[in-house]
Design a binder for this molecule. Structure first.
Ligand SMILES: [Zn+2]
Length: 418
């Protein structure tokens, strides 16, 4: 039994579960994303949410290059730590060999003649290590970045030296190339790099079956009008059999809030005025694929959606939240700011303009009033790395963000009586 509107223990337990190793980073290896979809549907079931079809699922497919097996790199005979010291580009092929290393840095980049000479050399069978340190010329930098896609050196592979914590990402539909690209942390590279041994197994999955999870609570007064809470539950999955990306903040946090809201509104005493839809997307990390599919193949009439609020990364909050599309939906933004001030929930509700950076975007493109909120704060900055885990995620303002979005949606009623 619970009488309080929300209970952070529930959110924490959901985040713990979704970011645990058994969900494989909610990606494509071991069907991690589908394990998460089934788990979320189980929660919907507990709350007795209604469904628009015979179950809560909306299925679709996309192609994805994956790393289900070994991902190992050894430089000058010293093994590197996957995920932390090195990462492979999501379009890397299967590769198992030793390669000579060549360095591309300093004057070989900045002196046009020397750069030309370097490019003209034969790099076949070698890996070129690109060090952008000290390069400020934008044109040169973008030339070097384009190497990743064009491999104009015709090398067997490329290595980019990174001075920052590594940030991994995935992309749908990219078949493995015939060359590999790696990012390696500077401190993991030797003074005189000679060779690199790689053992990388990649597997291109032509048809990955993914599912969105969709449920709703009927409105008490106007059930044919919908308010929508959405969040993506997928993450990056695995980069090899030893590294997985927990994605606690991105976006087990938002998923837990949507489930928590579903739990709240499913209690008879909290039955909403309008119908309330709870939309959990897959395929976000692969390019907003789940939300795009859902917006283009809607299973509820989009014209009847009064507002969609997307929640993506809400594990912090010491500096408040930001609302994307605030400058488009000014009334909604002003109301959010007022509710926040009246209740002294958060430090700030900052405004931001249009940005197609999360799952609100495909709906916004279809004409649905939609905004996206994320939390801000320096108390947690892990992003797309193996440290985005529940044990480190503070959930500083979880409760107040929950209250704010709940009050915001509840305040939608009467907005149409003008
Ligand atoms: Zn992400």
């Amino acid at each position: 039994m619970y009488s309080h509107s929300q209970d952070i223990a529930y959110a924490r337990s959901i985040i713990d579960t979704l970011s645990s190793p058994s969900f494989d980073g909610r990606g494509y290896v071991n069907d991690g994303d589908n394990k998460a979809a089934s788990f979320i549907a189980g929660e919907f079931c507990k709350f007795r949410l209604k469904s628009f079809s015979r179950d809560y699922f909306q299925a679709y497919t996309f192609p994805m290059n994956t790393f289900p097996g070994k991902v190992e790199a050894t430089i000058n005979g010293k093994p590197l730590k996957a995920g932390e010291q090195f990462q492979v580009w999501s379009a890397a092929p299967t590769i198992n060999s030793l390669f000579k290393l060549e360095e591309l840095k300093g004057k070989n980049i900045t002196d046009p003649k020397r750069f030309k000479r370097f490019v003209a050399r034969n790099h076949a069978g070698k890996f070129v290590m690109v060090d952008k340190k000290g390069i400020t010329d934008k044109h040169l930098l973008s030339r070097l970045d384009s190497l990743k896609y064009t491999n104009f050196l015709n090398a067997s592979g490329l290595i980019f030296i990174s001075d920052q914590k590594l940030v991994w990402s995935v992309m749908a539909g990219q078949q493995a190339r015939n060359y590999a690209v790696l990012d390696i942390r500077r401190e993991a590279t030797p003074k005189k790099p000679r060779n690199i041994a790689l053992d990388i197994q990649s597997s291109f999955v032509r048809v990955h079956e993914a599912r969105n999870v969709i449920g709703y609570v009927s409105g008490k007064v106007q059930p044919d009008t919908f308010l929508v809470f959405s969040a993506h539950f997928d993450h990056l999955g695995r980069m090899g059999n030893t590294v997985y990306y927990p994605g606690a903040n991105d976006n087990a946090s938002g998923t837990s809030m949507v489930l928590d809201l579903a739990r709240y509104y499913s209690q008879p005493v909290n039955q909403p005025y309008y119908s309330m839809i709870f939309l959990c997307f897959s395929g976000e990390e692969a390019g907003l694929l789940g939300s795009t599919y859902c917006a283009e193949h809607p299973i509820f009439p989009l014209k009847q959606v009064k507002f969609l609020l997307n929640i993506d990364m809400v594990g912090t909050g010491s500096e408040g939240i930001t609302m994307v599309n605030a400058t488009i939906f000014k009334d909604a933004y002003r109301r959010m700011v007022k509710i926040n001030a009246d209740n002294e929930y958060l430090m700030a509700v900052k405004e931001r303009g249009e940005s197609c950076n999360s799952d609100h975007c495909p709906f916004y493109k279809q004409g649905v009033p939609a905004a996206f909120i994320y939390s801000m704060g320096k108390e947690f900055t892990e992003y797309h790395n193996p440290d985005d885990k529940s044990s480190l995620l503070p959930l500083s303002e979880y409760k107040d963000i929950f209250r704010l979005v709940r009050d915001f949606m509840d305040g939608m009623k009467g907005q149409d009586k003008r």
